[in-house]
Design a protein around this ligand. Structure first.
Ligand SMILES: Cc1ncc(COP(=O)(O)O)c(C=O)c1O
Length: 478
């Protein structure tokens, strides 16, 4: 059902394209000062010509950092950067928005540092990205796991239920924060409205890792954002699907958040580079402006239309299955998880690459993930449909030999906290000898970056199929 309040908010929001950082960089390019500062290549004057030939002169003409040439600063935010972050705040309807030049990884680390304490208990969906866990190793907070629904037929995690969150909060009054990944890498959506209601009832902040939901804020045809649904903080990897440059992300603190934005900013200042790339910052400014414009809406509509078109045709190809609502889930339609009978995801990916020169987002045990992007074309989906028709018309028999399992649907057995295990005396042992020992490293294959094992967890036989790519494992010394 269309949410009228939301529709009105979105319509009102569509604005002229205002880009303070881009404007400042235009001026920097047109009116150069004589510079005696970093970066030492002086607008490309001292770069290997082959590199300039490859990427073009302007990349280096604009490769600079904050602080100089009236471009403003990132921490604290001043000048054009401050104005750009304010426009982003308005667009995302947040209390504070921070630009990140180290991806959502940096955002998650900053939230961990700014909002968790040593020994505080954090309720985390087990399908979280490894950066959330790195945050726990740094701060000494203890993960208390929420195991999302397992979609065994697809070998991926599904949604986290509000009732499982409530059960944990009722049982354990020491839980200081709830941290959910939404959507999952494959686009499955949890009921964040219900989860947020539960968190509010117990007065516990809710952080939502929305790295893969950067487009949602800009279209009524996509799910509502966690900020709209009551989360206290979110991260968005705009570089993943929002059209900004690789590594650029945003961290948002909600109005009336239980988190202190100043604490989060202080944490960001600890871990961010002190020389943020102006190109990355400009790309965030530009992506926000574009997505929030009429043209941006057209691009998102195009991504959704292509996805719906592809889904509709693909589901009718014999031997092909597409993860869809019939699997009893809500999902982001632009993320298409698909499988072919008789093939593992890894085999399917290889066939697409080797025979058809098609590169997909990722492959796992059962299927592959295809993204319908704002930059995608319908003709490309027609080509992909032809590829699937050809592949699916052949006979394949699934073998279990050499299968690398990716999404670890194994429940963890915690022996000690990640931080204690990480800083223990350690030794490296052969994988087979590691069974029964306590892991002391983060083992998470990327993508999707979901942990197979974490420091402090017991290594069991069930983990072995997920460790095909590892010969040795670092364990706590006996
Ligand atoms: C759920 C999730 N959160 C955070 C990250 C980290 O994002 P980034 O690559 O922007 O650092 C990823 C990366 O894949 C992710 O899947």
């Amino acid at each position: 059902m269309i949410n009228l309040k939301r529709l009105f908010f979105r319509r009102k929001k569509k604005s002229d394209i205002k880009t303070p950082i881009l404007d400042a960089l235009y001026s920097y390019k047109k009116n150069p000062m004589t510079g005696f500062h970093i970066p030492g290549h002086n607008r490309g004057a001292a770069v290997l010509p082959k590199f300039i030939d490859l990427v073009g002169k302007d990349v280096f003409a604009l490769d600079t950092t904050d602080e100089f040439d009236n471009l403003g600063t990132l921490h604290p935010a001043t000048g054009a950067i401050k104005r750009a972050q304010k426009f982003a705040q308005d667009a995302f309807n947040s209390q504070r928005t921070f630009f990140l030049t180290g991806g959502s990884t940096i955002g998650n680390l900053a939230i961990a540092l700014g909002a968790t304490k040593p020994n505080s208990q954090i309720l985390i969906g087990r399908n979280c990205h490894r950066s959330v866990l790195c945050g726990m190793v740094i701060t000494g907070a203890e993960p208390n796991w929420l195991i999302p629904k397992k979609l065994d037929d697809w070998a991926i995690f599904g949604a986290v239920s509000a009732s499982s969150v409530e059960k944990k909060l009722k049982e354990n009054k020491n839980i200081a924060l709830v941290w959910i990944t939404n959507p999952t890498y494959e686009g499955v959506i949890s009921d964040i409205k219900a989860i947020s209601k539960v968190c509010k009832k117990y007065n516990v902040p809710l952080v939502v890792d929305e790295a893969h939901g950067s487009l949602w804020n800009f279209s009524d045809r996509l799910p509502q954002t966690a900020l709209e649904l009551g989360a206290d903080a979110t991260v968005n990897s705009l570089h993943k699907t929002g059209g900004s440059m690789v590594q650029s992300s945003m961290l948002h603190i909600a109005h009336n958040s239980l988190l202190d934005p100043d604490e989060v900013e202080r944490a960001l200042m600890m871990i961010h580079s002190t020389s943020p790339s102006m190109l990355f910052l400009a790309s965030l400014d530009s992506a926000r402006a574009y997505l929030n414009s009429k043209k941006g809406l057209e691009l998102i509509d195009n991504a959704i239309d292509n996805a719906l078109y592809f889904r509709d045709k693909a589901k009718n190809i014999k031997n092909v299955s597409v993860l869809s609502r019939k699997d009893q889930l809500n999902f982001d339609p632009t993320k298409i998880f698909i499988k072919v009978k008789g093939l593992s995801g890894i085999e399917l990916e290889k066939i697409l690459e080797d025979e058809f020169r098609v590169e997909v987002e990722s492959a796992s045990d059962e299927g592959i993930l295809i993204l319908s992007n704002i930059g995608g074309r319908k003709s490309e989906f027609d080509y992909l449909l032809d590829c699937f028709k050809k592949i699916a018309s052949r006979e394949y028999t699934k073998t279990t030999e050499n299968v690398v399992k990716y999404t670890p649907l194994v429940d963890p057995e915690i022996i000690m906290t990640p931080r204690i295990a990480y800083f223990c005396e350690k030794e490296v042992v052969k994988k087979e000898e590691a069974i029964g020992r306590i892991c002391s490293e983060i083992i998470a294959l990327c993508p999707p970056g979901i942990s197979v094992l974490l420091p402090g967890e017991l290594i069991r036989e069930e983990h072995l199929p997920y460790l095909t790519n590892f010969e040795k494992i670092e364990v706590v010394k006996n």
